[in-house]
Design a protein around this ligand. Structure first.
Ligand code: ADP
Ligand code: ZN
Length: 436
């Protein structure tokens, strides 16, 4: 099959100069569109700027940032740039970190979003004939409908299984000959475990070959584990409700960072403290401007996700920039004894031990003025070889200390004793009391 026209191959294969020309043109249109929203009109007036002041991408820094707080303060429709009669769908964020926010979509927005997701799935080799099972929650969570529309647009046979009921998911996989799955990383591990309990070998008993994993941070080690367990190739997928949902950035078959679709988004990485741009290759906060959206364009939106732009060209030939694996959100960062630590650093170490399972939980407590970190991690298999377990605990502790510069208390726990949720995994519990 030729690359179908709705995937806009002409955009996918743009050179850098062409990408920037297209972004400049689309940015102008977006700025005009933003002036239809009371929020942006006021923001521009307060900052004494007008769309005319933004002539090139180099002028981006004159545009004020938009934050999640702005979305909350103007909840629900304050950032809309079209009459509500033109809006065909709204998604509301899960509100895991506070008051909910709303994103609005016109019919065209929904179509463009479906095209972006279809482009991602096509890029990793999915074609009509493939059976695509989506284990995301449907409803407000954009991973459900986002992948549904994209996969249908591509002509895949879709199985909208939705979240939960793992045994039923597995029955769908075997009965319908599922070849591709979308799952969050923690759930991919769970699928494997329940398959093993049911005596199902994914390589022998299923047609699975592709996994799309995203929605939560995960390490390269975790990806490789999942690939080996399920006998698939797993592609990292990044999206967020404010940017529609899935389809923002996606790995190509090279699996070396996620191409961000720059015909949809202008990408900047800024220092989260000074808010000044950092050079390509350095880690900072991802800031995105939508340039292809009608109902609710967002200018310089601070995602709070920390990542970097990978320098150099991708051997696949696409020139859209590549985002490195997400390091986490700025609010995931733990500060312990003055050291900044991300859960993903801990996961990277744990996943290198074949004796360990996939689940872990980090608990922070304090005694007197002393911060303590406990890392509970499950063993893959039961063992009562205490000297061996002791040596293993010691080695994990040593490697963690090397990485995070703090000595955690490591506890090996039996498989199944760390609580799992249907949604995004909870990796950190902060039980520290504020000391007066
Ligand atoms: P919520 O903000 O309530 O979790 P979203 O579904 O919009 O709702 O979640 C988007 C967030 O999920 C992103 O901002 C990012 O922190 C995280 N995320 C999404 N995809 C990935 C990914 N591939 N790797 C790491 N984190 C991701
Ligand atoms: Zn590539």
């Amino acid at each position: 099959m030729e690359n179908p026209s709705f995937l806009h191959p002409q955009y996918e294969s743009l050179s850098r100069a062409e990408i920037e020309a297209l972004q400049t043109e689309r940015l102008q249109k977006t700025l005009q569109q933003c002036m239809k929203s009371p929020f942006y009109r006021k923001r521009f007036e307060e900052n004494h700027i007008s769309p005319r002041d933004i002539r090139s991408l180099g002028d981006m820094s004159k545009i004020p940032f938009t934050t999640k707080q702005d979305l909350r303060d103007n909840y629900p429709f304050g950032l809309s740039t079209v009459p509500l009669s033109e809006v065909v769908r709204l998604h509301s964020s899960s509100g895991t970190t506070g008051k909910p926010t709303v994103i609005l979509h016109t019919k065209r927005d929904i179509e463009q979003w479906a095209d972006a997701v279809a482009r991602c799935l096509y890029m990793v080799g999915l074609r009509p004939g493939d059976v695509f099972q989506n284990t995301s929650g449907y409803g407000m969570f954009t991973g459900g409908l986002g992948f549904q529309y994209g996969a249908e647009r591509l002509g895949l046979l879709t199985v909208p299984a939705a979240a939960g009921n793992t045994k039923r998911q597995i029955k769908f996989i075997t009965d319908f000959g599922t070849t591709a799955i979308h799952a969050i990383p923690s759930y991919a591990g769970r699928l494997y475990e329940v398959m093993s309990e049911m005596g199902i070998d994914p390589r022998r008993d299923t047609r699975l070959k592709t996994l799309v994993i995203g929605a939560e941070p995960h390490s390269e080690e975790q990806r490789r584990r999942i690939e080996t367990m399920l006998g698939v190739k797993a592609y990292n997928s990044f999206g967020m409700s404010e940017m529609c949902g899935p389809g923002v950035a996606f790995e190509c078959p090279e699996q070396n960072g996620m191409h961000i679709w720059e015909d949809y988004y202008i990408v900047e990485i800024v220092d989260p403290v000074t808010l000044e741009p950092v050079p390509d290759g350095e880690v900072g906060e991802l800031v995105l401007t939508t340039v292809n959206r009608e109902a609710m364009p967002l200018l310089r939106y601070r995602t709070r996700d920390l990542t970097r732009i990978l320098p150099g060209d991708c051997p696949c030939g696409r020139h859209h920039k590549r985002l490195d694996r997400m390091k986490g959100r700025s609010d995931d960062m733990m500060i312990l004894k003055g050291v900044n630590i991300f859960p993903i650093q801990i996961e990277t170490i744990l996943m290198q031990f074949p004796e360990l399972g996939n689940e872990y939980l980090i608990t922070l407590t304090n005694e007197d003025a002393n911060d303590l970190m406990t890392v509970e991690v499950e063993l893959k298999e039961f063992s009562d070889d205490y000297p061996k377990l002791q040596a293993l605990t010691k080695e994990i502790t040593r490697q963690l200390k090397d990485e995070i510069l703090v000595t955690p208390q490591v506890r090996l726990v039996p498989k199944g004793s760390i609580p799992v949720t249907d949604g995004k995994a909870v990796r950190v519990r902060d039980l520290r009391k504020t000391l007066i």
